[in-house]
Structure formats: structure tokens, C-alpha cells
Design a binder for this molecule. Structure first.
Ligand code: OXD
Ligand code: MN
Length: 609
């Protein structure tokens, strides 16, 4: 249970808690011990306060539904700042702010912002407690919703403080920005979802390893272990300390003979990372198990290979579109002990979201709290509605997913939504070429998005919103890691092989050419066999591709014509794209690593041959 007395003697931690207490002026400070009772206490508190509703205990045991403020429903990239001394260090793709000025602005907002509330001290470990790849953070928050979610998404409590001792930690300060006592002495009632929707700040001070988040209670804005720490701050720590913090799932792939390979994969948000991480292969005898669905931290092991952990302990997944057809293992993961945010509430007390079932419920209460029926022009669930579930509830969680030593990564996949040009799978020629492919990856905008059909949003390594420093310097770090891992321009050394995949190729009539989901196991099999040096590949100007014979196509319902299109090297398409790659690189000026300039020049040359 939460404790009123400090659970740590760490002088830096005690001083920081006192400093924040003096600034935010909560009514009380409680330390989280990470116990099951404490988690239940938070759920009860939310239900009593009107923030949450219990779901039907037989249909969805020990689970709650929370509806947020309509102005607080997603990550806010335009309110997300990297505050470092030199603007160039943040680079052209981040919002930069001067650290002193930002602290000044925020101190004014934080002053008295927790009046009438409780300040919770959450000690958390990103990664298995005590793992040499893990790191510790402390989140100070005034939100029980955050405490409960952090219990599922990270490892929380006294055990973390024991490992921390007097060591260093990432300081994560969060407030919803809705004090219950105002400066003039008046009081106000709490809201179901308190926030300061007009004044959100998600700020990072990478030089001080510190995060200050204000005004939002939602997801990545408030659960500071996830995007803020595990990607933005950790990417800077990783650069400084010689490791990698990446927006990647990790899966364990076992062939029919029982041989295991580990694959990490980076895809931009909404490109199916959670689905791939928990996939049910369609090819007989192959097995996919999940180590993580969103973030990978990788450090060199004693054998010189990269070992990865999933720094998280749960899934914070997008609910709409998740179903027994698209991701049965995610559906099983959220059967109980889960938190649902901004989903619809059915008449029998369960949750529902768009495409969860083929048949829609006849009636429900939508995420606005209003009556909803099929045919309504409103969505039942917000498109960014989420589930939070403990990872151990996933039926295909790898038994060794919490191995403190991590798992050795054999292959890295990059991918995005590309209707044209990019083939189903391409193996990079080398680590440097793979880094190049990651640096130019992206997704095409759909007709619905501003900017026009086919226009590319480059999202290098799926890190565009998550890299805590200059993206070009981050690419340089990738190249440096390759050198450390003994990769040369023509060999992989001990580094994982890199592949560029595209499940989203379309025909001229707009039909997807590849069925995706479990059928992606056919590509994983080729990747596995390339890592073993077994499968065939054809060298092409854009990288190494399988021909049809190299892929396991037994039982696959795709025409020979469509397969040829999926594996076609579209020289004209790549040539037409060169100016856009040049433009993308030009944004980074002199920071662009020479290795990537060389790769672009080499691609150009190969395309004209
Ligand atoms: C996420 C994201 O929530 O990438 O994982 O937006
Ligand atoms: Mn993500």
C-alpha cells in the first residue's frame, strides 16, 4: 500500500521530492510500494471519484473503463519539446526550447498545481528489475490513473528503490494541471478527467535526464516511462553510453527444428507492430512469441552481439481494429485485469470498439458518454482508444521475455505503409546500407490526410516523434554502433541483419496485394533463413530480394502476377524518388553522416547501371 513516509534514503531523491512538493503544494505525499493492494486501491479511488467504471465482473474481471476529456485524447507532438542548450542538438525535426526559459514557464504553471490533491511517488524500472540493460525512473504525479497504468506498464515499487540505492534516476514530473484549491483560497470540485487541455507541455531536458509534463493525463503524455523516458531521454543516454533505444517490437521466432532467432522491428505508429509481435504464423511448424510490442533497448553483450530487452511490462495498445480476426492474442491479453480508455460501454457492461466484432452491438454508451447505435455518424470508441494490459497475460508471451540479460537480436526489420515502389521485402547489403534504408523509411499519406495522395511522410526508424536529439546525429550513432559491432561496408560483423519490409503494397486498382497478418510469417521465414546463410537472394540495385522460389508460398492465396509485382524492383519508381530523398537529407545540412551521403550516391549509381 502507499506509504506516507519515504521508502528511500537516496538523498537526491528525497531532496527532489521536497523541492517538487514545495512547488506543487499537494495536500499529501504518498510513496508507491508496487503492491497488488495498491493497484486495487487506485482502481477503487478512480471508481469512487467518477473517473472509472467497473466493467462486468464475469465478462471482464477486475477491469475498468475510463473516459477522458475530449481535449485530451492523444499524444501532442506540437506541445512536445526537447530543451537542450544548443538548438542544433535538438535538430530540425524536434520542437526546441531553451531549458531555462521552459523551466521558468513551467514553474509558473506547476506553482500550487497539486493543491487539494495527492502527490504519488512512483519508483519504476524500465526493464526487469536489476537487469544490466534496465534503467530506473521516478515519476511524481497527481493522477491515480497514471499510478495504475504505471503498475501495468512498468515494474513499480520498493524493489526498484532497493536496486536504486543512492544511485541516479530519471526525474519524471507529471501533473494534470487542475488544482482543487485556487490561489484566491476558493475550492472547486474535481472532474472525472481533470486536465489543463489548453496548456499542455510535454518537455524533456535530456542533458539533465529529466521530464516535465503538464496539463495532460493521457497515454504517452502522462505515462512518462514510455515515449518520454524509454525513447526520448533514453535515445540520448544510449548515444552517450553506446547502446540503442528504439521504437521496435521484439519477437522470438522458432523454426520447426526448434532453432530460435530474435527479430526486432520498427514501424511507424498504426502500421501493425502489436499484430506482428503476437502473430499466429500460417506456415506449419513455425512459432512466433512476443518479447515486446513497442520499444527495444539494446546493449552489446559479452560476446559482442546486441542483446535486447523490452523495457515495458505491459501493452498500451490502440483498441479500434483489434479483434479475434486481426490479433487474437491481444484480445486474450485484455480479457481481465485491464484498463480501457475511451472505448464504448455495452449494455451488459463490457467494452466495444470499431471492428472488434463483425456484428455491432445494438446499443451502447459511446466514449462521449452518449447513446450510440449502429449507423451513428459518431464513433463508438475514439480512434485512439486504448487498452492497458499486463504483458504476462499474452498467451504467446515468450517464456524468457523478462530475461535480465536480454535476447540476442538476429535481424532488424524496418517498414512503413508504401502503396508503391518499395517491394515486399529487401535485405540490406550491409549495416550501413540498412541504416540508410531506415533513414529514408516512411509512410504514404492516405486520401483522407492533408497533403495529397501518395505524399510521403518520412519517419526514420519510426523515431520521428521520439528521437530526443538531432536525427542526423542519431544516424551517426547507428553507424558508430555498426563499427563497434565489427560491421564493415560489406559485412555484418556481429550486428543484426537489416531488412526493409512493406506489407502495404497496392495494385493499380487500390487493392492490397499482400494478405499480411499471419501470412507475414512467410517473410519472417526467409529472414530467418537469410540469417542462417541458407535462403537464396538476388542482388539488385536496391538490395537483396528473394525470388518466388526462395519464399515458402505453399497454401498462399496470392496470384503469380501479384507476387511478381510485390517482388518487382521498380527502378523507375526509385529513380523518381531520389530528389525527395535528397530533399529529406538536405534538411540536416552538415550533420548528415558521410556514410549516408555515400549510400545515396551508391544507390544512384546502381540505378543508372
Ligand atoms: C504508441 C505510438 O502509442 O507509437 O505506441 O504512438
Ligand atoms: Mn509506439
Amino acid at each position: 500500500m502507499t506509504a506516507t513516509t519515504a521508502l528511500s534514503k537516496n538523498p537526491k531523491l528525497l531532496a527532489w521530492v521536497s523541492e517538487i512538493q514545495a512547488m506543487c503544494q499537494p495536500d499529501q505525499v504518498l510513496w508507491c510500494d508496487g503492491s497488488r493492494d495498491e493497484y486495487q486501491q487506485m482502481l477503487d479511488l478512480m471508481v469512487q471519484g467518477g473517473t472509472a467504471k467497473w466493467l462486468n465482473k464475469t465478462k471482464r474481471p477486475n477491469s475498468i473503463l475510463v473516459l477522458s476529456d475530449v481535449g485530451d485524447v492523444a499524444r501532442v507532438e506540437d506541445r512536445t519539446y526537447i530543451c537542450c542548450h544548443k538548438k542544433e542538438e535538438a535538430g530540425p525535426t524536434n520542437n526546441w526550447a531553451d531549458p531555462a526559459q521552459m523551466r521558468d514557464t513551467l514553474r509558473k504553471l506547476y506553482a500550487g498545481c497539486m493543491k487539494g490533491r495527492t502527490l504519488y511517488v512512483i519508483p519504476f524500472s524500465m526493464g526487469p528489475v536489476g537487469s544490466p540493460i534496465a534503467h530506473i525512473g521516478i515519476e511524481l504525479t497527481d493522477s491515480p490513473y497514471v499510478v495504475a497504468n504505471m503498475h501495468l506498464m512498468t515494474r513499480v515499487g520498493k524493489k526498484v528503490l532497493d536496486v536504486l540505492g543512492n544511485g541516479d534516476f530519471v526525474k519524471c514530473l507529471h501533473s494534470v494541471g487542475y488544482p482543487l484549491k485556487l490561489a484566491d483560497g476558493s475550492t472547486r470540485k474535481d472532474l472525472a478527467w481533470p486536465c489543463d487541455a489548453q496548456n499542455k507541455y510535454i518537455t524533456h531536458f535530456p542533458e539533465d535526464r529529466e521530464i516535465w509534463s503538464y496539463g495532460s493525463g493521457y497515454g504517452g503524455n502522462a505515462l512518462l516511462g514510455k515515449k518520454c523516458f524509454a525513447l526520448r531521454i533514453a535515445s540520448v543516454m544510449a548515444r552517450d553510453q553506446g547502446w540503442m533505444a528504439e521504437h521496435m517490437l521484439i519477437l522470438k521466432l522458432t523454426n520447426p527444428q526448434g532453432v530460435v532467432k530474435y527479430v526486432a522491428a520498427a514501424f511507424p505508429s498504426a502500421c501493425g507492430k502489436t499484430n506482428l509481435a503476437m502473430m499466429e504464423p500460417t506456415i506449419p511448424g513455425w512459432k512466433v512469441q512476443c518479447v515486446g510490442d513497442d520499444i527495444a533497448w539494446m546493449k552489446f553483450g559479452p560476446d559482442g552481439r546486441l542483446y535486447a530487452i523490452n523495457p515495458e511490462a505491459g501493452f498500451f495498445g490502440v483498441a479500434p481494429g483489434t479483434s479475434y480476426a486481426t490479433n487474437p492474442n491481444a484480445m486474450e491479453s485484455v480479457k481481465a485485469n485491464s484498463i480501457f480508455t475511451n472505448c464504448g460501454l455495452t449494455d451488459d457492461g463490457d467494452v466495444w470498439w470499431e471492428d472488434m466484432t463483425e456484428e455491432e452491438p445494438e446499443h451502447l454508451i459511446d466514449w462521449h458518454g452518449k447513446d450510440w447505435a449502429p449507423g451513428s455518424d459518431k464513433k463508438a470508441a475514439h480512434p485512439n482508444a486504448r487498452f492497458t494490459a499486463p504483458a504476462h497475460q499474452c498467451p504467446v508471451i515468450a517464456p524468457n521475455w523478462e530475461d535480465p540479460a536480454g535476447v540476442p537480436i538476429d535481424a532488424i526489420l524496418f517498414g512503413g505503409r508504401r502503396a508503391t515502389v518499395v517491394p515486399l521485402v529487401t535485405e540490406a547489403r550491409s549495416w550501413r546500407h540498412g541504416t540508410f534504408l531506415g533513414s529514408i523509411m516512411g509512410s504514404e499519406k492516405t486520401a483522407a490526410a492533408a497533403g495529397g495522395l501518395g505524399q510521403l511522410r518520412r519517419d526514420p526508424m519510426a523515431m520521428l516523434p521520439f528521437c530526443g536529439y538531432n536525427m542526423a546525429r542519431y544516424w551517426q550513432h547507428w553507424l558508430a554502433m555498426g563499427q563497434k559491432g565489427q560491421a564493415t561496408d560489406t559485412s555484418w560483423g556481429k550486428m543484426p541483419r537489416i531488412f526493409y519490409v512493406n506489407w502495404f503494397r497496392k495494385s493499380s486498382s487500390g487493392k492490397f496485394l499482400w494478405p499480411g497478418y499471419g501470412e507475414n510469417s512467410r517473410i519472417l521465414k526467409w529472414v530467418f533463413e537469410r540469417c542462417e546463410g541458407k535462403a537464396q537472394a538476388i542482388e539488385t540495385p536496391i538490395g537483396n530480394l528473394p525470388d518466388k522460389q526462395a519464399l515458402d508460398l505453399q497454401g498462399l492465396d496470392v496470384s503469380g502476377e501479384d507476387l511478381s509485382e510485390l517482388l518487382r524492383v521498380d527502378k523507375a519508381g526509385w529513380t523518381a524518388e531520389l530528389p525527395s530523398i535528397e530533399q529529406h537529407f538536405a534538411e540536416f545540412g552538415n550533420d548528415l553522416p558521410q556514410g549516408l551521403r555515400d549510400e545515396l550516391a551508391a544507390l544512384k549509381q546502381r540505378l543508372v547501371k
